[in-house]
Design a protein around this ligand. Structure first.
Ligand code: ADP
Ligand code: ZN
Length: 213
């Protein structure tokens, strides 16, 4: 499958993407994960992205399109892909459209994950992430079995430094201003699948039903 996953921070894009990869071998492409890995590795890209990320602001469209232009050429994308956290602005969506046309790739749809704001706030403040493999935990509903250690890889499970209250509130504002308009953009193209996203399993079921048409 080839899908864009749209939704506020904490809407469950990453969780849903991971469930979908298990169905048909499509790869999850998370620009947030790619950027965090670059920051951790201290690459040029990481240095350019770090300040905006810590503040909860967006990294420049140019930087993001550079990453995605290369990523979509990689072999593993042939099995399909789930774009998680990209596009995030109208210019990115326009640039993606051109890129896909050039590569002769057609999307199956754009999934819009709708989650009430209270649920989002609660999820983000209780979310914890493995610094090594990106696995997602929750201090209330899904803590690692051994305190602070990832079940999958043993890495440290921590609160992301853009998950302070201040950065979360900034990320939600940025989402409302710059990313939420993408739903209308794709709806106008007849590509939007609007899904009520309180349960990830229900989301996956709805996506599978939509794919079968
Ligand atoms: P979220 O939980 O907010 O969806 P992500 O892991 O997707 O978090 O992104 C973390 C940060 O990385 C964002 O706040 C932003 O600074 C940067 N980022 C990720 N994807 C993009 C993108 N497509 N365009 C601009 N900035 C991005
Ligand atoms: Zn891990």
């Amino acid at each position: 499958m080839r899908l864009i996953l749209l939704g506020a921070p904490g809407a469950g894009k990453g969780t849903v993407a991971k469930l979908l990869t298990a169905i048909d071998g499509s790869v999850q492409i998370s620009t947030g994960d790619i950027l965090r890995a670059a920051v951790k590795a201290g690459t040029e890209l990481g240095k350019k992205a770090q300040t905006a990320m810590t503040a909860g602001e967006l990294v420049s469209d140019d930087l993001i399109m550079g990453i995605m232009g290369e990523r979509l050429l990689e072999d593993d994308c042939k099995a399909g892909f789930l774009l998680d956290g990209f596009p995030r602005t109208i210019p990115q969506a326009e640039a993606l459209k051109e890129l896909l046309a050039k590569l002769n790739i057609e999307l199956d749809g754009v999934v819009n994950l709708n989650v009430p704001r209270e649920v989002i706030l609660d999820r983000l403040t209780t979310r914890r992430t493995c610094v090594d493999c990106g696995a997602i935990y929750n201090v209330k509903s899904n803590p690692p079995k051994e305190g602070g250690k990832c079940d999958a890889c043993g890495g440290a499970v921590v609160q992301r430094d853009d998950e302070t209250e201040e950065a979360i509130s900034k990320r939600l504002d940025v989402f409302n201003e710059q990313t939420a308009p993408l739903a209308g953009f794709y709806e106008g193209k007849g590509m939007l699948w609007d899904i009520n996203a309180t349960s990830s399993d229900v989301v996956v079921g709805t996506i599978q039903a939509n794919l079968k048409g």
